[in-house]
Design a binder for this molecule. Sequence first.
Ligand SMILES: Nc1ncnc2c1ncn2[C@@H]1O[C@H](COP(=O)(O)OP(=O)(O)OP(=O)(O)O)[C@@H](O)[C@H]1O
Ligand SMILES: [Mg+2]
Length: 343
Amino acid sequence: MNQDVRTKKAPNYGELAIEAQGLVKIYGNNRAVDGVDLNVGTGMIYGVLGPNGAGKTTAIRMLATLLRPDAGSARVFGHDVVKEPHIVRQLIGVTGQYASVDEALSATENLIIFSRLLGLGRAEARKKAADLLEEFGLTEAAKRPLKNFSGGMRRRLDLAASLIAQPPLIFLDEPTTGLDPRTRNQMWDTIRRLVKTGSTVLLTTQYLEEADQLADRIAVIDQGRVVAEGTVDDLKASVGTSSLHLRVQNPQDIEQARQTVEQVLKVQSNISAGAGKITAPMGNIDRVTDLLIALREAAIPLAEMSVQKPTLDEVFLTLTGHGVQEDELLSSSESNNVEGVRV
Ligand SMILES: Nc1ncnc2c1ncn2[C@@H]1O[C@H](COP(=O)(O)OP(=O)(O)OP(=O)(O)O)[C@@H](O)[C@H]1O
Ligand SMILES: [Mg+2]
């Protein structure tokens, strides 16, 4: 049965790996997931980007049959997560689900147990465990009991365990949070390899850079809702390739400064009034010269000016708040160059 399902569901490009409509999860008064739609094509890396508490883990848990939605529906390779959870579970892997491994056993022993549970023979299980430990740079630690593992080592072992079966769809919930840069790069390579060898990956992250490196498409979620969806390029275009930070000397100049910024750069800007600071997306850095001249002509003295790469904060500011209402963002899509980003 297990095998049948997998054979039947081997990646069929064009088919949707995940199709979710109006997913809702409510905790008390908190709409943790508040009407999420997701369409994830087969064979891609799909990134779900959002700050702490956005609802990423809750959404994944519903898609992975670990949590029942309060409303909405979701299908994994066409199978309903509520009505056919047993089939869905055969098609997916979730990191984090191995948290209850035996702490007293070594990494090798844990991986062998998982392999045996998945039906591998003894020799095959031993080889699989050794191969995975080597790939994840855990060979030296292989014999140590898990209780002596660092957080990063655990994370790697966790992903290794989910790779034993290499299911068609893999959920990775913040796979690299807290990892050092070298380990994070290894993790990225492994994730890419998973997709090359036929899996679809849905990963959550708080890092724009990670989504940038890995994801073919991204959903940005905030307060339980998808606030933008598109390719990495779509998302970047919505905040500009770089962003301008500007602080005026006299707080009373801020409105006029903002108008000048918007006229010269032809974009929407954001004000954090307390700090007297304006941020705005910049497509073309050359325009900064025009802006400085315009500010001088308007007799607005500056305290600070810089041009930086957009941070995740700015993506959120641009997509979710501070004067850029959802419909404004849509209607300004031409000047703001957000075509393709569904808001
Ligand atoms: N079991 C639960 N009981 C009550 N509230 C919960 C529960 N799980 C999550 N929440 C709440 O639901 C919201 C979404 O949480 P969730 O864990 O999905 O966020 P997240 O995007 O994964 O955040 P993080 O980046 O911190 O992992 C939060 O407000 C959280 O406090
Ligand atoms: Mg989470």
